[in-house]
Ligand binder design. Sequence first.
Ligand code: NAG
Ligand code: NAG
Ligand code: NAG
Length: 464
Amino acid sequence: MSLILSKRGLMLAFSLAVARLSSCSNIPSIANHFGTKGRYEEVNPYLLNDITSVNMSLLMPPSSFECSPVHVTAIIRHGTRYPTVKNIRKMLQLYDLVLREASGDQAWMEQIRSSWEMGYTEDMDGKLVEKGRDDHRHLAVRLSKLFPSLLSAENLRRGRLHFQTSSKHRCVDSIQAFQQGLHKHWGLEEVWYQHEVNDELMRFFERCRGFVEGVENNRTALQEVRKFKEGRDMAEVRRKIAQKLNLPYARVTPDMAEAAFFLCSYEFAIKSLLTPWCHLFDLQDARVLEYKNDLKQYWKRGHGHSISSRASCVLFHDLFTRLELAVQNLRLGQELPEAATVQVGHGETLLPLLSLLGLYKDPVPPTADNYSQQHGRSFRTSGIVPYAANMLFVLYDCRHGPRLQLVLNETPVRFPGLAAGQEVPLYADVRLRYRELLEGCDIQKECELGIQPQHHGHRGNTEL
Ligand SMILES: *[C@@H]1O[C@H](CO)[C@@H](O)[C@H](O)[C@H]1NC(C)=O
Ligand SMILES: *[C@@H]1O[C@H](CO)[C@@H](O)[C@H](O)[C@H]1NC(C)=O
Ligand SMILES: CC(=O)N[C@H]1CO[C@H](CO)[C@@H](O)[C@@H]1O
């Protein structure tokens, strides 16, 4: 009797957990491992209590420097989005498989069978969702609170804020939401929205031949990912899923396991719902799937191949050309032309630039067979590039010369190679640190380097 009662208790607890998550207490621990499909709130959980709260003390250089911010460049990933067609198809296949062949009488299985609906259709293909608009509206408010003299109504009116975006829908919609947030924050009635589409800057990765041919379309470049997917750690995750669904192990392919994890993470990011699919994973499984995602980003967009990060040279130079000009203006006592530059792109835009700057580079690269030694790695996409991830380069005018601060996802980050205590280094020291990149890193040379002309009969690109 008592057993039945406790079972009921469990069922009740479960249906509560399915309800909309309004407070932190319901958030499952696996939510910290959704990688590039994770919510920004997992990185800064205090936002769950107040989505527009900021920590001013994080951003201020020591008062003895006598600084005031004069420019900020914000490079931001688009907000929460729908899955792309490729993943929607995989998720559909999994749903079909489970409906047709899985069995089991757990409450969550019953939910998948009877009440859960596959709400994703191919036309949603990567589009920004309402939560994604909110991500940017709220980020705009927080940045306005952090830099009231830069992201100000007056600067908006005077055209001292510059907005650039990738041409993708989800980015254009994000930058508009950002401007809505600004308007709302300053109570502006008139509409001053404007943006420039610039794929050369925000989608440099698809224009860099060396990257496209050497990494993106090159099967060996990503072999660690493939090996890990087929390997022992994933096999254990698949075995556990097969057991829970009462399916033969062979039916739960690595893609299927991944699709189930996507279903769980998308529903969580988009609707803040914990779906029955999440019951297929415990923390250990989530860590394995997170590693798979990190491996892919590392070898495709990170330190794995230097061309991946050097493809962002164009964005690097865009940034430093602007900073250089700003510093010149400061020296001459002139007003800076741009108080803030807001650039919206992709995870694929941010990761290469972060890597180029030397961030999150662990001594041992992550590979297919060293998962067990990688628990302490710094290259963890869940914390680096969730939806609406952002890099801020804050230029300060200070008593003894201009200083530059790097802020990632609203946390100060030291430029690698600069000493501890150099959280807000002199701009001159940053220049020195990146001298090699400033003097080289020519996008034309980098992207054509090492690419041999294609000979007849070579297996090459199938595009015509
Ligand atoms: C704000 O940042 C400071 C400095 O890092 C930290 O000590 C403090 O706990 C933070 N406050 C909140 C509310 O997170
Ligand atoms: C493909 O990647 C491998 C491994 O990184 C590399 O050795 C090879 O040169 C690449 N092939 C091309 C065509 O770039
Ligand atoms: C590529 C690489 O560094 N792999 C390492 C993974 O971990 C093992 C065990 O420490 C090393 O031997 C490998 O070199």
